[in-house]
Design a protein around this ligand. Sequence first.
Ligand code: GUN
Length: 305
Amino acid sequence: MAQIIDGKALAARIKEKMKTQMPQLKAQYGRLPSLYVIIVGTDPGSQIYVRNKINAAVSVGMDARLIELPEEISETDLISIIHVLNEDPLVDGILVQLPLPAHMNEERVVDSIAKDKDVDGFHALNVGSLWQGTHCISPCTPKGIIQLIKSTGIPICGKVAVVVGRSNIVGKPVAKLLLDENATVIMTHTFTEDLKSLTLQGDILVVAAGQEKLITADMIKPGAVVIDVGITRNASGRLVGDVDFDAAAAVAGYITPVPGGVGPLTIAMLLKNTMECFLNHAEANSSASKIWATVINARIGRTNE
Ligand code: GUN
């Protein structure tokens, strides 16, 4: 019988540790990390997600603000608001909840967020850095998945990791993070023929397809680490993942539940990303950086006014 990977408990430990760091940050930098979340419209699912993000940030002691905008706001006005936040030195992280209304171009909106405030890691420049292997803010769910796998104590290096789903938010970036951990990655998707023959090879199986019971017990390698990213409400109103949990738990070595698996880690990683942005900004504003700016400005004959 598989061990259940308790995402809620792991996320709680990460958040508890972060909370203890806040007084030190306040003393050192004179302020706390700040996260600004923008939601457009009234989609009930998105409303719950953003409130969970804000509540988590507040619970660790961050300065978290929710900006609620009407469904009809134009893309230009939304981007103008983002530009104001980009310029504000007291804003560390900006998150625009997706999906956006149909009249907006998500790519343009996401790319209008300053790269160094993009706590989702969705900006084209952060995506490029992720794939180039240079430093970047990695997307929250993939980053959380790596933490969940590591929490089992099973080494990722050299293992076969099968990813089901190729979205920009989960499938593609998690494949890259698994590659960075030296896994041998097999990507699968809706056009994959004989999915079972591939999933059966996975020492690690990450499923992010959004289809209830897509993965049945006979598709899982005995002892595998199974990470279920799917979360949909089934016909009887229950939140379910992509894996047939009860049967799969009899075969897998480790498995995440839905809910209580990946979701809490996504939020914990959002807070980690916010902290990373804050530290980058605080460092850029440190007295050492200011001294160097003065030295360089003097050398090139530039004044501050
Ligand atoms: N909508 C669903 N998941 C996400 C996420 O991780 N970030 C944002 N911004 N919107 C989402």
